[in-house]
Design a protein. Structure first.
Length: 349
């Protein structure tokens, strides 16, 4: 078995598929049509913006009758058929492609068409391999994949309005998470940023809940076909997030703010400005102020003090109840409520 590694422009791959020189061997490939339109659009958007995508693996043989080389797709069927179908104007891009929303291939400017057609795809071209070796390659390609966690499974399963809404928010908020170590790069790579943002949205849907993969999945499921509250929730999340960025940067610079504490801070701000669901009796003893915060400078000082005590697990400091709720079972509903109410009293002072 011999492997040649090179690149080919999309135009060459397209023409090879069109002529039949490049085909799909259905004895080991999955059936076509597995990607919904949003996923296909996101992939084409990836190409148009010249981001990389994983290499394609081909098998090359020679037809002794015609004396011509033939190639089979070993890995990359969905990618290549999506490219072919888009060039053939079989689907238009959806709103997940912000710049090219609603466009077929023929609707693109000539420069964008050229960008797609000249995009160089990384290729592993396998020569003189037996069928058994090809099947073993295919099995090994799939066995290397790290098992999906619940966040990744959810992101892969649902392809509707809410999933792409969260995807848009991660583009805006995740650089902040990474910059201030709210989440580690490893956490972000496993889509924990999407989980954190979804839980912040959940505050407006259901109030404070314990962390539950099932409850988050239900939100994705409910708003997969349509998400009529998109603009309202986007406004709530982004205005609260921007308030944190613009007013509490000192807190994040001077002390560690882990994801569960970011959630608590967002919860307090969202409740104070926008309230939670009307049937939520979790905050009967507290009222909203219709604004985010009273004295920002004083709030910064107090947050730094209690977050520091929490990080040091200092139960003998100024906020023992808050610290206890930050040491263990940080994602339980009880401890989340304790932290959010404590921060709420601080920002209302």
């Amino acid at each position: 078995m011999k492997i040649l590694r090179n690149t080919l422009p999309i135009s060459d791959l397209y023409n090879q598929m069109k002529s039949g020189e490049l085909t799909i061997n259905r004895s080991y490939q999955r059936s076509q049509g597995l990607w919904p339109n949003n996923s296909r659009s996101y992939f084409i958007d990836t190409v148009l913006n010249e981001f990389p995508f994983p290499k394609v693996v081909l098998r090359q043989t020679v037809d002794l009758k015609t004396k011509k080389a033939k190639r089979e797709i070993i890995d990359g069927q969905q990618r290549l058929t999506t490219i072919r179908d888009f060039i053939n104007n079989k689907f238009k891009l959806t709103s997940v492609s912000k710049k090219y929303n609603g466009k077929f291939f023929d609707d693109l400017e000539p420069e964008s068409q050229s960008t797609l057609l000249t995009y160089e795809v990384s290729i592993d071209n396998i020569i003189t391999a037996t069928t058994e070796e090809i099947l073993e390659i295919f099995r090994r390609i799939n066995s290397y994949t790290l098992p999906l966690n619940t966040s990744e499974k959810r992101h892969a399963t649902f392809q509707g309005e809410f999933k792409w809404f969260i995807s848009d928010l991660t583009e805006i908020m995740t650089p902040f998470f990474e910059s201030y170590d709210v989440l580690s790069l490893k956490d972000i790579s496993r889509m924990m940023d999407a989980d954190l943002i979804t839980e912040c949205c959940q505050l407006k849907f259901e109030g404070v809940q314990n962390r539950s993969a099932k409850k988050l999945e239900n939100i994705y499921k409910e708003y997969d076909p349509q998400f009529p509250h998109e603009e309202e929730i986007k406004n709530v999340i982004l205005t609260s997030f921007n308030f944190i960025k613009d007013n509490f940067a000192q807190v994040f610079e001077e002390c560690k703010v882990p994801s569960y504490m970011f959630y608590s801070l967002m919860g307090a701000l969202i409740f104070n400005k926008y309230s939670f669901p009307h049937d939520d009796d979790q905050f009967d003893d507290l009222q909203t102020s219709n604004n985010f915060c009273g004295d920002v400078n004083q709030t910064n000082e107090t947050l730094i003090r209690i977050f520091t005590e929490s990080n040091e697990k200092n139960e003998n400091g100024t906020a023992p109840e808050f610290v206890k709720a930050s040491i263990a079972t940080t994602h339980s509903q009880k401890n989340r409520l304790i932290r959010i109410k404590y921060i709420l009293r601080i920002i209302q002072a």
